[in-house]
Design a protein around this ligand. Structure first.
Ligand SMILES: Cc1ncc(COP(=O)(O)O)c(C=O)c1O
Length: 390
């Protein structure tokens, strides 16, 4: 490997949310919040350093090189023709979701999502004065499947104005197939439901699972959807304010632009973000990403192997994408409400309780394996001790 993912900053002393230590402790392993421990590809440092050297932060337009690089990225990676006029940017994904709810929904509307879900999106929906509606996924033989009958039934009954698709899905790690996406598009089109597709986890996929951007599903999908993504998750650039929206339909674009006028966000995605994204989209991080994928796949598989070898009472559901393990803890005997607390206090591991992702997460935890192999092994050793001590 050209890049060393075993060597990272000590994030306990780096103001990291994930590695924040509880009062009086310095030994807690940060395995919650979805960012990575790894140093970014060198092209990010080189590009942002050039911005730094200018030391001038006037109002800036996005250069042609930025648009060209982004369009080229989609052509290279997804054989997809993205038109320049489709592209919009905002400083964050969740902020974009909240604004999209404002642009396309009215107070009191229903908004549909699959569950278990990513909680900040629920908060955005409720913050917009809308009703949160779920379409629970079904766990069958260790894999989550869509319940499309319930999906259509919920749409027919509640007539939501928007469906927020998280693709690949967080927290289940599912990569949806073309057929699944087509079925959801077809149903939404029939009932005039706008699709907002949050694709932030699209860069890390495993075992031949291929992410399909919503804009690449069909002509109908382009008419009724907004694609939302960023390079942040895959390249660990969460602190660089950036999210991109692709809006192909002219009518949807006009509603978005009209709604966004008073926010005047034109330069909010700053010069550092644009420089980093241009370098990445132009291919500067391709090799790094390939290696990060391989490293994360090894971590994912190693965790499952160690859990089995040590006979821990856990069932890790291997994700098809992303770096979050969704783990069935129902055999541990730990109260579902207490899972996060018990792992923190007894094993010194901070992670997310499944209940934070809705009722379908009862008895589950979400564990971030975007750490070094050493941290991952340490986490499993601590879990083993915790279960032996019980
Ligand atoms: C599905 C999903 N959407 C959005 C976000 C947050 O993105 P941002 O930090 O750009 O708001 C996350 C972060 O984990 C996520 O998992």
């Amino acid at each position: 490997m050209k890049y060393n993912f075993d060597k990272t900053l000590d994030h306990r002393y780096n103001h990291s949310y994930r590695w924040e230590q509880p009062e009086g402790r310095e030994d807690v392993l940060g395995m919650g919040t979805a960012d990575l421990d790894y140093t970014c590809p060198p092209c990010v440092k080189e590009a942002t350093q050039l911005v730094c050297e200018e030391n001038t932060f006037n109002y800036r337009k996005k250069p042609d090189s930025y648009y060209a690089a982004v369009m080229d990225w989609f052509k290279r990676k997804h054989q997809m023709d993205v038109k320049r006029e489709w592209i919009r940017e905002l400083p964050s994904t969740i902020g974009s979701i909240r604004l999209a709810l404002g642009a396309y929904c009215r107070l009191g509307d229903y908004v549909l999502m699959q569950s278990p879900y990513f909680t900040p999106i629920k908060a955005a929906i409720e913050g917009a004065g809308c009703h949160f509606l779920t379409n629970p996924m079904i766990l069958k033989n260790g894999r989550y499947e869509l319940d499309l009958e319930d999906f259509e039934e919920k749409i027919r009954t509640y007539r939501p104005s928007m469906f927020i698709l998280v693709s690949p899905q967080n927290p289940t790690g599912r990569v949806f197939t073309l057929e699944e996406l087509q079925r959801m598009v077809e149903i939404c089109d029939r009932y005039k439901v706008i699709i907002l597709s949050d694709e932030v986890h699209f860069l890390i996929t495993y075992d031949g699972h291929k992410h399909i951007p919503i804009m690449d599903v069909s002509e109908t999908a382009r008419k009724i959807s907004i694609q939302l993504f960023s390079f942040s998750k895959g390249f660990n650039m969460m602190s660089l304010p950036y999210a991109m929206l692709l809006i192909a339909d002219e009518g949807l674009r006009k509603r978005w632009d009209d709604y966004l006028i008073p926010y005047d966000f034109h330069y909010a995605v700053n010069s550092f973000s644009i420089a980093a994204v241009t370098a990445i989209a132009a291919g500067g991080g391709d090799e790094w990403l390939e290696e990060a994928n391989a490293y994360l796949k090894r971590n994912r598989d190693l965790f499952a192997e160690l859990v089995e070898e040590k006979q821990l009472p856990l069932i890790p559901l291997k994700p098809e994408a992303g770096f979050l393990y969704w783990i069935d803890c129902r055999k541990t005997g730990i109260e579902p409400e207490q899972l996060g607390k018990v792992f923190l206090e007894k094993a010194g591991i901070s992670l997310n309780n499944g209940l934070d992702h809705g009722e379908e997460g009862r008895g589950f935890i979400r564990l971030n394996f975007g750490v070094t192999e050493q941290v991952l092994r340490e986490a499993v050793d601590r879990m083993e001790k915790m279960f032996c001590a019980k």
